[in-house]
Design a protein around this ligand. Structure first.
Ligand SMILES: Cc1ncc(C[n+]2csc(CCOP(=O)(O)OP(=O)(O)O)c2C)c(N)n1
Ligand code: SF4
Ligand SMILES: [Mg+2]
Length: 351
């Protein structure tokens, strides 16, 4: 048995959101991951974010690949749509689903093996096409499910649990996402819920490709001395670039930009992302500086977390393609099959 259903009963006085749902209504099955696995903390952060955003569960579609990380959608949002694809193929299935029905909110959950090894090409193309989604990589620097092989995000020189040194260069998914044109790029840590929950909320509200690389220690195979993805290492080397809060707006709110102190950025749905700048020089709306900042921090051995880049005016794949607003399953036969005259016009335009 791969999952255990949770009992339906809960305390009658649990707080509810405006839809009348408790936090429990956003949970899934009982997790079968190892006790202390960082991935479970990310599931808890997703549950809290969606509860606080007051999104009806049936409006979300959660998709994943294969791995311990990709199993986690079973453990949150049990009443949402779900598709557990094959290894590394989540981005293309998500892209197809999004093209067919743009009314759902798409949440892709993946692992560093799933996205930086077998699915690297898929990851790249979903990001560069600006698919409207929140793409979370639960990054433990290891293939957890298949018992601890180095993944493509394992740092050069880091050691496996058995003492083997990794000689390959690491892929930094955050820098890659920035270079590929992601319009929301963040890094966080599974052990920092205060930072992760607002980031997930902001990513879900963002229109366009939102990417969050979440360091998520594997307590079984990558939490020892010599690992650069362990709880201790990440805590010791973490440098947060901003402190975040998300305010869901009811009326349109305009951007209020005050360099050096607090920035408020309005997203497409009128929610406001409030950033408190800790580093005076850090500007999360400058893609080129974000890449330079990341590389300088990396050279100093620091792991930068927080919202690294945001384009609040981003367009998505549908804008580029000029697709219809309605989900394809809501179109009539006449709209879907416009007849030989329309086909002839299309053929003539291609000659
Ligand atoms: C096509 C294919 N190749 C290889 C595998 C074996 N496999 C399953 S999960 C996995 C790696 C998972 O690593 P990651 O995505 O980092 O997830 P984690 O378990 O670390 O959360 C591999 C290689 C597979 N299931 N399918
Ligand atoms: S093997 Fe690692 S990644 Fe998988 S559940 Fe256990 S701690 Fe988590
Ligand atoms: Mg992994």
């Amino acid at each position: 048995m791969t999952y255990i259903l949770k009992p339906q009963l809960h305390h009658p006085k649990l707080p509810t959101n405006s839809l009348g749902y408790t936090r429990r209504d956003y949970e899934g099955s009982v997790s079968t991951l190892c006790a202390g696995c960082g991935h479970d903390s990310i599931s808890a952060a997703i549950i809290q974010a969606v509860f606080e955003l007051e999104i009806p569960p049936h409006r979300i579609a959660k998709l994943s690949g294969i791995g311990c990380s990709s199993k986690t959608p079973d453990y949150f949002l049990g009443a949402s749509h779900g598709f557990n694809t094959v290894h590394g193929r989540m981005p293309s299935v998500l892209t197809g689903a999004n093209l067919a029905n743009r009314e759902l909110i798409y949440l892709g959950v993946s692992g560093d093996g799933d996205s930086a090894s077998i699915g690297f090409g898929q990851f790249a193309h979903a990001i560069r096409r600006g698919v409207n989604m929140t793409y979370i990589v639960e990054n433990n620097g290891v293939y957890g499910l298949t018992k601890g092989q180095f993944s493509a995000t394992s740092d050069k020189g880091s050691k496996s649990k058995r003492g083997v040194v990794n000689h390959d260069s690491a892929i930094d998914l955050v820098s890659t996402a920035l270079q590929l044109g992601a319009t929301f790029v963040a890094r966080s840590f599974s052990g920092d819920k205060a930072q992760l929950v607002p980031l997930i909320k902001a990513a879900l509200a963002h229109k366009g490709a939102a990417f969050i690389d979440t360091l998520s220690p594997c307590v079984q195979f990558n939490n020892h001395a010599g690992s650069t993805k362990s709880f201790d290492y990440v805590r010791e080397h973490n440098e947060a670039v901003n402190r975040l809060d998300v305010i869901v707006g009811r009326d349109p709110i305009h951007v209020d930009y005050a360099p050096g102190e607090t920035i408020e950025v309005t997203q497409h749905d009128a929610s406001v992302l409030r950033l408190h700048k800790l580093a005076d020089s850090y500007d999360p709306t400058d893609r080129v500086s974000a890449i330079a900042y990341l590389q300088a921090a990396q050279a100093r051995g620091e792991i930068v977390t927080g919202l690294l880049y945001l384009d609040p005016e981003a367009e998505d794949l549908h804008d580029g393609l000029g697709t219809v607003e309605a989900p394809l399953n809501a179109l009539s036969d006449a709209e879907l099959v416009p007849g030989p005259a329309a086909l002839e016009r299309i053929n003539a335009a291609l000659r």
